[in-house]
Design a protein around this ligand. Structure first.
Ligand code: HEC
Length: 233
């Protein structure tokens, strides 16, 4: 009994003393356990601290003795944290599309872009789902400009109406992407591939046979995708 009591008092004292060692204050930086967890050094792409000694070396816990804030990547040329892209290359997005660089008013070059997504039953079904999700509120289920929100906004295009029947696919893609007049841009909400699926649905189902003459997707999808996002002027 006595021994157990003595031991627990001793244990408490040891714990107390060791915890007190952690306290920082005044000149005392305190004691840290697993300092590398607290002071992990991240490569930050837009910053580069190259001074190995003087940047925070006072508080540094690095095993290599460098300053705390030294964050250059010594494996890259000029110790850069972010490498430059390979010369003469353009980054593609996750889906393999090149950046869409046309401005909202550039409808003419947009009209030349061909639909890179090949149409089939599944694509049309998907297009319908997306149309109901994103366009129905204004354009209505059948695209006749009679959606519930459309009634409030007013002036919504009837996609079955005269002039709209002949709209090229690229034009519709562009309008979805950038918006037009009172129609907002949907580019940030719908992926390019899904936008092209909606275009198929609008041309083939909503506008029906009148758009049957629309050019089909070319066979080489890479070339078409390249054209799709960077049309020749
Ligand atoms: C917030 C309501 C709204 C939504 C949602 C909406 N539109 Fe529109 N849309 C309009 C209005 C309003 C116009 C007429 C724009 C103008 O010419 O001022 C229009 C015009 C159009 C045009 C004709 C463009 C032209 O050149 O005149 C097309 C094509 C079109 N929309 C397709 C779509 C598709 C596809 C979707 C779904 C991805 C969609 N819209 C979603 C309101 C909307």
């Amino acid at each position: 009994m006595k021994i157990a009591k003595t031991l627990s008092v001793l244990g408490l004292a040891v714990a107390g003393i060791s915890l007190a060692g952690c306290r920082a204050g005044g000149e005392n930086p305190g004691l840290e356990y697993a300092p590398q967890m607290y002071h992990s050094i991240a490569y930050e792409p837009l910053s580069q601290i190259t001074d190995e000694e003087n940047q925070g070396d006072v508080i540094s816990n690095r095993e290599d003795g460098r300053g705390e804030f030294f964050n250059s990547n010594i494996n890259n040329p000029h110790r850069m944290n972010m490498r430059e892209p390979v010369a003469n290359t353009v980054p593609r997005n996750k889906e393999g599309y090149l950046p869409y660089r046309l401005k909202a008013f550039e409808l003419e070059p947009a009209a030349l872009i061909k639909n890179p997504v090949e149409s089939n039953e599944a694509v049309l079904a998907e297009g319908e789902k997306l149309f109901l999700q994103y366009c129905n509120a204004c354009h209505g289920k059948n695209g006749e400009g009679d959606g519930l929100a459309g009634a409030v906004i007013g002036g919504v295009a009837n996609l079955k109406g005269g002039a709209y029947i002949g709209l090229p696919e690229g034009h519709i893609f562009h309008v979805i992407t950038k918006g037009k007049g009172r129609m907002g841009a949907h580019g940030s909400q719908i992926t390019p591939e899904n936008r092209w699926k909606i275009v198929h649905y609008v041309k083939q189902v909503i506008q029906g046979a009148s758009s049957a003459a629309a050019p089909a997707a070319a066979s080489d999808s890479t070339v078409v995708v390249a054209q799709a996002e960077t049309p020749a002027k």
